[in-house]
Ligand binder design. Structure first.
Ligand code: MLT
Length: 208
């Protein structure tokens, strides 16, 4: 596979001290969707933004689902592998450090799968409205990687017990998880942007 197998946008860094971001859109989004969010939360970062390769009634996604919240886990594994390969190739092509994923909804779910299946691909992740992607994930070793999980208290798609289980899975794998539950639904709010910006600022400062 080559990096061209994911349609994507790339914007170079303006500040070498800011971590590259891997932007992963939600169902029906595309590679343009999260560029604005990426710039808001980390203005100096390089932005790598692929379009999901699975189509559901014409809507791009990062893996197949059988119903809302019911995933084709074989496809999750396969697509996570493809995304991991894409990141490796894009890092070489663009000269990037391991990125921090910023995923929304379906994009957050593939980022969570990537963390559990291929812990070396991402330096960390901001998971916006994520849920458990794999019922029986392998034993991953996340070695203190920083993860911010932002859930919506009134999210009709992600039950509170599900996001709590994801936070527990990631913590048990050794990640340094910050889980906040916002007074929001599945859609993002200003609070998501503010929290993500502060969190990534701290991550960059700690890495410096
Ligand atoms: C998913 O399919 O990944 C979740 O149900 C979130 C969504 O994309 O609606």
């Amino acid at each position: 596979m080559t990096e061209n197998s994911f349609i994507h946008r790339f914007e170079p860094a303006h500040d070498a001290g800011s971590p590259p971001l891997l932007l992963l859109h939600g169902t029906g989004g595309d590679e343009n969707d999260l560029l604005g969010l990426g710039k808001m939360i980390s203005p100096g970062s390089a932005l790598l933004s692929p379009r999901g390769r699975v189509l559901e009634h014409g809507m791009p996604r990062f893996f197949r689902r059988l119903a809302e919240g019911v995933f084709d886990e074989e496809d999750v594994r396969r697509r996570a592998r493809e995304l991991g390969d894409f990141v490796a190739e894009a890092r070489q092509r663009y000269g990037l450090a391991a990125p921090v994923a910023v995923g929304f909804s379906n994009g957050a779910n593939i980022a969570a799968a990537l963390l559990l299946l291929q812990p070396d691909v991402l330096a960390g992740a901001i998971l916006l409205r994520a849920m458990v992607p794999l019922s029986d994930p392998p034993k991953a070793e996340l070695g203190g990687k920083p993860i911010l999980l932002l859930s919506g208290q009134a999210d009709p798609i992600v039950p509170a017990s599900n996001s709590a289980r994801l936070a527990a899975q990631l913590s048990e794998a050794g990640a340094s998880v910050t889980h906040k539950i916002l007074p929001a639904g599945h859609q993002l709010s200003q609070a998501d942007v503010a929290l993500a910006r502060d969190w990534i600022g701290n991550v960059a400062a700690e890495a410096a």
